[in-house]
Design a protein around this ligand. Structure first.
Ligand code: GTB
Length: 217
């Protein structure tokens, strides 16, 4: 059965692939699972029909038959569990890959996402510079550790996994920032992720949505 995911009708990021449907698209592309996309306005996300799928009125969601999921991490995990290619078969390696999925979302993403929100929403506050410095300090702590762990390996733990997919989705938010450039091993890791054909297909698909929306009045 072809799953349906939800995404922004008109993404505020200008097609950079930053909203969290991108990681779900990428996972589906990695495992070769075709999918449909239902596009939503901000208004539609808060209507009962969508709230029945996503209690917080957000994207992405995932529907497959009578299964409905929300939370990008849970969706990627579901895809990785149901298809070969994103989690190792060997139980301990699988558990470690799942650990990296949690690390991406619980340990590395929060300061990176908060920095993005601060830059967008808090620029006019008198404490803006101080807050940004604190968040960038937290990000550097995480990136120091991540870069040390990655070393000269291509991926976090053996073969590319859903752990890498989520970690890269998180790091991509720093692309073009001075912070990421301070970490050549992580910059190369991000470039390896972006070079994957599945990533490119997912990126092109979300960009096509943005381009079509921009062409409409
Ligand atoms: N923890 C949830 C998950 O991982 O699925 C978080 C989902 C979430 O934050 N969804 C956002 C959303 O629906 C879109 S991804 N927001 C609308 C709302 O809450 O009303 C976050 C996001 C939004 C915009 C950009 N951007 O423009 O760059 C990037 C990321």
């Amino acid at each position: 059965m072809t799953p349906t995911i939800t995404a922004f009708e008109r993404s505020p990021d200008g097609g950079k692939g930053l909203p969290r449907d991108m990681r779900v698209r990428w996972a589906l592309e990695e495992v070769g699972q075709p999918y449909d996309v239902r596009l939503l306005s901000f208004e539609a996300m808060k209507q009962p029909t969508h709230l029945a799928l996503h209690p917080f009125g957000q994207i992405p969601t995932y529907e497959e038959g009578d299964l409905a999921l929300f939370e990008s991490g849970a969706i990627v995990f579901h895809i990785a569990e149901r298809h070969a290619g994103l989690l190792p078969e060997e139980p301990n390696a699988r558990a470690r890959a799942i650990t990296w999925m949690f690390a991406a979302l619980n340990t590395v993403e929060p300061p990176i996402f908060d920095r993005a929100l601060t830059i967008i929403l808090e620029r006019d506050q008198p404490w803006y510079a101080q807050r940004l410095r604190a968040l960038e300090g937290s990000i550097r702590e995480r990136l120091d550790a991540l870069s040390r762990h990655l070393g000269d390996h291509d991926w976090l733990d053996g073969a590319f996994s859903a752990g890498d997919l989520l970690m890269l989705s998180v790091l991509l938010r720093l692309k073009g920032s001075e912070i990421l450039e301070e970490y050549p091993k992580l910059s190369a890791y991000v470039a390896r992720g972006e070079a994957r054909p599945a990533y490119k297909r997912a990126f092109a698909a979300q960009l096509a949505v943005f381009t079509a929306a921009s062409a409409r009045p």
